[in-house]
Design a protein around this ligand. Sequence first.
Ligand code: AP5
Ligand code: MG
Length: 218
Amino acid sequence: MTIFIVLLGPPGVGKGTQAKILSETTKLAHVSSGDLFRENLKNQTELGKLAKSYMDKGELVPDDVTISMIRDRIARPDCEAGAILDGFPRTPAQAEALEKMLSEFGSEVNAVPNITAAESVLVERTSGRWTCRESGHIYHQTFSPPKQAGICDVDASELYQRDDDKVETVTKRIRVYLDQTMPLVDYYRQAGKLVEIDGTQAVEQVTEKLVAALKSKN
Ligand code: AP5
Ligand code: MG
């Protein structure tokens, strides 16, 4: 029996923050498409360079390369029991591809929490975000500051601000989300898999709501 959870929600709503917590408590792998692109960029791969050209503009990386990257990732042994998918799928074509690839493993998407918050909250969260260079740990200068400014609490690596967190790029990413990803909310609602989560509360409260919602789906 596998468990695949898809975290839906706009840029900056807290998908990565919650995915990391859930991954620790459930022992399911955390698969973040954005983190995979950033890892490729750090390693200067062709995929990383291609992805950056879209990410810097706040646009989506083309479906074919994104789908094949995720296919390779979830075929790895740490996804045998399932995974928490953060940022994938983001288009109807990606959702269909996911369904097909999971059915090849005899699996399916079990639950889809849709985390939401107002645009002003998203801008406030992304503009204060600091990310760990080494493994993507997430901080916020006001809401979850590191013990020492600029240094990750977990692995002491440098913290940086993402290039795509400039206000104008975040605004564009939100538009792209509304145009290309919002259709998935209905898609998963019709499949009976969607659970609505209010993302405006503090991290711990959002986690509580998520855990309760996931129990009701599994
Ligand atoms: P990606 O990296 O996935 O970015 P995103 O979806 O835009 O979401 P973010 O990572 O910005 O936000 P988040 O929801 O994870 O919030 P976080 O937990 O960090 O994608 C980047 C780009 O890659 C895309 O634009 C696209 O170009 C490309 N890409 C990725 N996937 C793709 C795909 N499938 N197809 C095509 N292209 C793709 O939290 C944000 C901040 O808020 C942090 O500072 C955090 O500390 C704080 N915070 C979190 N929760 C709370 C809370 N409850 N209260 C207060 N503060 C909070
Ligand atoms: Mg994220």
